[in-house]
Design a protein around this ligand. Structure first.
Ligand SMILES: O=P(O)(O)OC[C@H]1O[C@H](O)[C@H](O)[C@@H](O)[C@@H]1O
Length: 540
């Protein structure tokens, strides 16, 4: 059993240091140290990261790096990249990094050259995508495919839809993708309402191919397709493909394994959109764009694998998150992309971060005595500014925030992008430096209003400035957050790669379904009463 991290001298040193940091103000830190920005910036591939507006000193960074040393972060990074079974509760390797290894690399894991496997599937995806994109692949009635409906949930939805939205400027084949995830019948119904079955293709994505939501939607989609195409079962082969690790279940569902794209148990669902799970994205942006994205992921992987911890961006940002979460009492973390294209990025990150690090026992099953995964949330700027930034500026909570911005716009309308990014810079500056009562008085504000206008400042932010949103930089950003999650999970000693907490609810939903039909069954008194009310309102 490993020692409780809070009993180590590195933890104690940080706890003592936190007392000092609670008394500093970023205004003074910047005033006293003109070199602060130079020292507190780092680069990972194209991502320029300024962490100088965080509640840290050089000593904080030194102590956090010492904590990382205590948990052997460097060794664990190497263990992950080597394919050791670091997902202990499921006894699996954790190898999403292998999904983006170049073709000429080699990595043998559990006796299998995974790089060969990865590129075989990428080649299969590329060949298929080219056929669909060029119009060579036609539907049952001979018409080309215009719309791709991705049916999946969790990692089989959030990643692909986030990236499809983010890379809208790179869609170039006239193929529209839509994403259905929810078992709420509204989702599928609304999505299909204006579609023509003859030109629609379904990509059924499920790692396990046993997820109720996905299989239910897929079954309904097949019914819709067959109803629209004269009931000929042969149509399925032209309009349904599957992405899964489970060939038998794909077969059982009635999809020809020739139309199946595989991946492996060493890819976690929330780490999977750069595998075949991203097939819809590849259909939209093409194999070259997809490969550029993989190269972006790989560039940050290499940085994470090789950079010293002092300048290792994902490690530093992960340690900063630990700092706020465990030593300065923060419970949430905002992610604020200044890009409308990244409007699904916070939702994607919620699964990545919270399903990974929402754990309360260590890898060896001991209850933790400290806080783990913080709540991630966010919206694109500037929309958030007009909604919840008030609380970040003047509320009582510490909300560390990542600001993500791009120097070059994907769409340029006069000076709009400059006006947009001026908001990014203004917000991070206002959050750090605020406005004092004296400054506000000097503006002639009435004395009784002054306290309401005081902007305390000293609110921590990290600025991530990227040249432009491209497939490559999107890959870099996602890899950055994947490795931030890894760093935090390593410090907390938890398994960031399982998700047992989602199972019980699924099991109970299955048990309760018959009760909704009026069949007998067990339910707690509150739930039984709710179901009775539901049945009454449904007229049953
Ligand atoms: O891809 P699937 O096997 O259908 O799983 C879809 C999702 O459902 C599960 O409940 C997990 O919580 C997620 O990690 C997973 O991404």
């Amino acid at each position: 059993m490993s020692a409780d991290i809070t009993t180590t001298e590195e933890w104690a040193a940080l706890a003592a240091h936190a007392e000092k940091i609670r008394t500093i103000h970023l205004r003074d830190e910047f005033a006293a140290d003109p070199e602060r920005v130079t020292r507190m910036t780092a680069q990972a591939a194209d991502l320029y990261v300024d962490y100088s507006k965080n509640l840290v000193t050089d000593e904080t960074v030194r102590l956090l790096v010492a904590l990382a040393g205590r948990v052997a972060l460097g060794d664990r990074i190497q263990a992950m990249f080597r394919g050791e079974h670091i997902n202990t509760s499921e006894d699996r390797a954790v190898l999403h990094t292998a999904l983006r290894l170049p073709r000429d690399a080699s990595l043998v894991v559990d006796g299998q050259d995974v790089v060969r496997d990865v590129h075989a599937v990428l080649d299969q995806m590329a060949a298929f995508a080219e056929r669909v994109r060029s119009g060579e692949w036609v539907g049952h009635t001979g018409q080309r495919i215009r719309t791709v409906v991705n049916i999946g949930i969790g990692g089989s939805d959030l990643g692909p839809v986030m990236a499809y939205e983010a890379l809208a400027p790179y869609r170039d084949a006239g193929i529209e993708c839509r994403y259905v995830s929810n078992i709420d019948p509204t989702d599928l119904s609304v999505t299909l309402a204006d579609l023509d079955p003859a030109t629609t293709m379904f990509v059924i994505v499920s790692k396990t191919f046993s997820t109720l939501e996905t299989l239910t939607n897929a079954t309904e989609a097949r019914t819709w397709l067959l109803a629209g195409l004269g009931g000929d079962d042969a149509a399925v082969a032209k309009h349904f493909v599957a992405v899964s690790t489970n060939e038998q279940r794909v077969r059982d569902f009635g999809i020809d394994p020739a139309n199946m794209f595989g991946f492996w148990d060493w890819v976690g669902g929330r780490y999977s959109y750069d595998s075949a799970v991203g097939l819809s994205l590849m259909l939209a942006i093409g194999p070259d764009g997809f490969r550029e994205m993989l190269a972006g992921f790989h560039a940050v992987d290499e940085h994470f694998r090789t950079a010293r911890l002092e300048s290792n961006v994902p490690a530093l940002l992960g340690l900063l998150n630990v700092w706020y979460n465990n030593f300065l009492g923060a419970q949430t973390h905002a992610v604020l992309p200044y890009s409308q294209l990244l409007h699904r990025f916070p939702a994607y990150l919620q699964q990545l971060t919270m399903e990974s690090n929402g754990k309360s026992v260590t890898r060896d099953g001991q209850p933790v005595s400290y806080q783990t995964g913080e709540v991630f949330w966010g919206e694109p700027g500037t929309n958030g500014q007009h909604a919840f930034y008030q609380l970040i500026h003047q509320g009582t909570k510490t909300v560390p925030a990542d600001f993500i911005g791009f120097s070059e716009p994907n769409y340029d309308l006069g000076d709009m992008h400059d006006a947009f990014m001026a908001n990014f810079f203004a917000q991070t500056s206002a959050l750090a430096f605020g406005r004092t009562a004296e400054e506000i008085e000097a503006q002639g504000v009435a004395a009784d209003v002054v306290p309401h206008k005081v902007m305390p400042g000293n609110h921590p932010t990290t600025s991530i400035l990227v040249p432009k949103l491209t497939p490559a930089t999107l890959g870099q950003l996602v890899a950055l957050y994947e490795h931030i999650v890894f760093t935090e999970g390593t410090v907390w000693g938890i398994d960031s790669f399982d998700q047992w907490g989602v199972e019980l609810g699924k099991e109970m939903a299955k048990q309760l379904t018959p009760l909704l039909h009026g069949e007998p069954g067990e339910a707690d008194p509150s739930t039984a009463t709710l179901i009775a009310r539901y049945r009454e309102q449904r007229g049953r």
